[in-house]
Design a protein around this ligand. Structure first.
Ligand SMILES: Cc1ncc(COP(=O)(O)O)c(C=O)c1O
Length: 388
C-alpha cells in the first residue's frame, strides 16, 4: 500500500484581520507579573446565592431539556415586564422577546438576520470588538464614525454624513464600553430625526443598562417609540447579575424584526440553557437586584476615583458601565499599549489601551480600568497606582 500523507487543506480566512486580542495579551501579562487585573471586564466577586439556588432548583426539578426556541415563556414574560416598567414600551413576550446566548450572540444574530452582502453598517468608534467582525461575516461594509474626541459624545453631523442609500443599520452602545459615556434622551431624539426618512435599523447594545450614575436614567431605545419600532434592543443577564460566564442575554424587537432574528437564531444556537433561564425568571420576580445595581457600582466607582485622584492620572467622566478611563499624558508619552504593558509589569496593575477599540489603533494616551472588583482588589490596585 502506498504511504498516504495526511494533509489539512489550507483555508482562506473569513476574518483575515483577526488575531490574538489585547485582552488576552494583557491578561496573560497580568498573570505572569502577578498584577491586579483591572483589564478584564468582569466581576471578581460572586453572584447572589439566591440566584444559584433558583438555577439549582430548576435543574433538580428536571428542567434540563431543550426549551422553546425563543426562550422559556416565564423568562420572556419577566423581561417584557421589566422593560415595560422601566422604559414604558410593551413588547409581546410571545413574538418580540428572544433569549440569547449572551449579548454577543444577540448582536451577531441581529446582524446576520438583516445585513446583506454590500450593505453598509455604521459603528461609532471606539467600539466593542465583536461588532466589526460580525458585520464582515455578514458580508457588510463597516462605516466608522468617531465619537467626539475627548468627550465620546455622538457626533450627529458626522453620523448624518455617513448615512447613504446602502446603510442598513447603525450600532449604538450606551452606557458605553470603553468610554463609560452615556446617551441622553435628547440624543435619542436626534438619532430618531436622522433615521426618520430612512430604512436604517438600530442595533442598541444596552448590556450596561442598569449601571448609570449620579441620578441619570438609562436612555433605552425601547423608551423611544419611534426608535423602538426599528430597533433590536440587546441586554445581558451576565452583566446585570454578575454571571458573565453564564452567557445568557436577550433581544427585544418589533414582531417583523424578531421574526427575521429568530430565523437565524433557530439555526445558530437554536436554544439557550434551560435551567439558567428558569432560575433567572424566578430571580427576576424581585426587581431590587437590578434597581439597586447603579448604587452598588456607583459606590465602587467613587471609591476607585477617590483613590486615583491622588495620582497624576487624569480621570475622564464615568457616567455608566463599570469602566473608568484615565489620561496618562502627565506621566508618560509612551503609546497606549506600551504604557499598559509597563503598568502591568512594573506597577502591577493591568489596564486596557483605548487604541484596542479603534481600527487605526490611534494613540490618545488613554487607558481603561474595570472597577467591577471587590473593594480589597480595588484597594490593592490603588496602593500600587499610588506610585504614579
Ligand atoms: C458593549 C458590550 N457588548 C456586549 C458584550 C457581551 O455581552 P455577553 O457577555 O452577554 O455576550 C460586552 C461584554 O463585555 C460588552 O462590553
Amino acid at each position: 500500500m502506498n504511504a498516504v500523507t495526511a494533509r489539512t487543506p489550507t483555508v482562506a480566512s473569513r476574518l483575515p484581520q483577526v488575531g490574538t486580542t489585547i485582552f488576552t495579551v494583557m491578561s496573560a501579562l497580568a498573570t505572569q507579573h502577578g498584577a491586579v487585573n483591572l483589564g478584564q471586564g468582569f466581576p471578581d466577586f460572586d453572584c447572589d446565592p439566591a440566584l444559584l439556588d433558583a438555577v439549582n432548583q430548576a435543574m433538580r426539578a428536571g428542567l434540563n431539556q431543550y426549551p422553546p426556541m425563543a426562550g422559556v415563556p416565564v423568562l420572556r414574560e419577566a423581561v417584557a415586564r421589566k422593560i415595560e416598567r422601566l422604559y414604558g414600551h410593551t413588547y409581546d413576550p410571545g413574538d418580540e422577546i428572544t433569549i440569547t446566548a449572551g449579548a454577543t450572540q444577540a448582536i451577531l444574530t441581529a446582524i446576520l438576520a438583516v445585513v446583506h452582502p454590500g450593505d453598509e453598517v455604521i459603528v461609532l468608534e471606539p467600539c466593542y470588538d465583536s461588532y466589526v467582525p460580525n458585520i464582515e461575516l455578514a458580508g457588510g461594509r463597516v462605516v466608522r464614525v468617531a465619537l467626539g474626541a475627548g468627550t465620546f459624545r455622538p457626533d450627529f453631523a458626522a453620523i448624518a454624513a455617513a448615512i447613504t442609500p446602502r446603510t442598513r443599520a447603525i450600532l449604538v452602545n450606551t452606557p458605553h464600553n470603553p468610554s463609560a459615556s452615556v446617551w441622553t434622551p435628547p440624543d435619542l431624539d436626534q438619532l430618531a430625526r436622522l433615521l426618520r426618512p430612512t430604512d436604517v435599523l438600530l442595533i442598541a447594545d444596552e448590556v450596561y443598562e442598569h449601571m448609570v450614575y449620579d441620578g441619570a436614567v438609562h436612555a433605552s431605545a425601547s423608551s423611544h417609540p419611534e426608535l423602538a419600532a426599528r430597533a433590536f434592543v440587546v441586554s445581558s443577564f451576565g452583566k446585570t447579575y454578575h454571571v458573565t460566564g453564564w452567557k445568557v442575554g436577550y433581544v427585544a424587537a418589533p414582531r417583523a424584526l424578531a421574526a427575521e432574528f429568530r430565523k437565524v437564531h433557530q439555526f445558530n444556537v437554536f436554544t439557550v440553557n434551560t435551567p439558567v433561564q428558569h432560575g433567572l425568571a424566578r430571580y427576576m420576580d424581585d426587581p431590587r437586584p437590578y434597581l439597586e445595581l447603579s448604587a452598588f457600582y456607583q459606590r465602587k466607582r467613587d471609591l476607585f476615583r477617590a483613590g486615583l485622584g491622588n495620582t497624576r492620572l487624569r480621570l475622564l467622566p464615568s457616567e455608566g458601565s463599570y469602566f473608568q478611563c484615565v489620561d496618562y499624558s502627565a506621566i508618560s508619552d509612551r503609546s497606549e499599549e506600551a504604557f499598559c504593558r509597563w503598568l502591568t509589569s512594573d506597577i502591577g496593575v493591568a489596564a486596557i489601551p483605548l487604541s484596542a477599540f479603534y481600527e487605526d489603533g490611534r494613540n490618545q494616551r488613554l487607558a481603561r480600568f474595570c472597577f467591577a472588583k471587590r473593594d480589597e482588589t480595588l484597594d490593592s490596585a490603588l496602593d500600587r497606582l499610588a506610585r504614579l
